[in-house]
Write a protein that binds this ligand. Structure first.
Ligand SMILES: [Zn+2]
Ligand SMILES: [Zn+2]
Length: 240
């Protein structure tokens, strides 16, 4: 019993001792020493804070670089497959990295976006193109339905299906302009004149034709330096 009384008294003494300001750890220091002590404590805090900021900054930078790197890798892979990403956000980034060409019909109601590189860029002399499009030959860029997409005014788009050929043409109901035609595998053939008309009458160099195809079906001779395949890409060249 006496032991508890003794302990209680001791605890009370200790509390009284600690609550006395003069017995703080800094007691006994001069004003100058005290202010130096406080400054050092502040400096130490700032040093730790600065290190924390620096470490966070480096971490954020590493994450941003990693994100950029993987996005670019992804976009490049998609470009090799000639397909834009399915996610809207990535498609936006892809669009910013890849070149995009925007074309409209004459009345501007329909907008067609061409993204990345076309599958082919040729001047076609085949009888089917002639029959569908009513021209002597067809200078064209060929895209997939993912790289050539209607981005505005789709309700104005009408389709004409050729009764015999597996070809369709897509045109504006209002102005009649043909935006593209499709073949049996639904690739989209966009006329070069439509792209040129939307780029100050100048076809972008990277979209110009690199070869003639089906030259043996021609009705007009063309004199230029491009190779002239008698039929498809792997057929013999015309020697004239
Ligand atoms: Zn139109
Ligand atoms: Zn053709």
């Amino acid at each position: 019993m006496n032991l508890w009384v003794l302990l209680d008294t001791q605890i009370e003494d200790v509390c009284t001792y600690l609550s006395d300001k003069n017995h703080e750890i800094t007691s006994g220091l001069s004003e100058e020493e005290l202010s130096l002590f406080e400054t050092n404590a502040k400096l130490s805090f700032y040093t730790v804070f600065n290190r924390f900021l620096l470490a966070s900054g480096i971490l954020v930078l590493i994450l941003a670089l990693a994100l950029l790197y993987f996005t670019r890798q992804y976009a490049t892979q998609q470009k090799q497959r000639n397909r834009p990403p399915t996610s809207a956000v990535l498609a936006r980034i892809y669009g910013a990295i890849m070149k995009t060409y925007t074309v409209h019909c004459s009345c501007n109601r329909i907008e067609l976006s061409l993204c990345g590189e076309p599958r082919a860029r040729v001047i076609c002399h085949c009888i089917d193109c002639r029959e569908l499009l009513d021209g002597p030959f067809y200078p064209v860029t060929v895209w997939t339905d993912q790289t050539a997409s209607i981005t505005h005014g789709e309700s104005n788009l009408s389709t004409y299906k050729h009764p015999r050929l597996k070809m369709k043409k897509y045109f504006c109901t209002n102005c009649g302009e043909v935006l593209f035609n499709t073949n049996s595998v639904d690739w989209r053939a966009v006329p070069q004149w439509l792209i040129a008309k939307n780029h100050n009458n100048q076809l972008p160099q990277e979209l110009t034709a690199v070869t003639h195809v089906f030259y043996e079906q021609r009705i007009i001779d063309v004199s230029d330096n491009l190779p002239k395949h008698l039929r498809g890409f792997s057929s013999p060249l015309f020697e004239g």
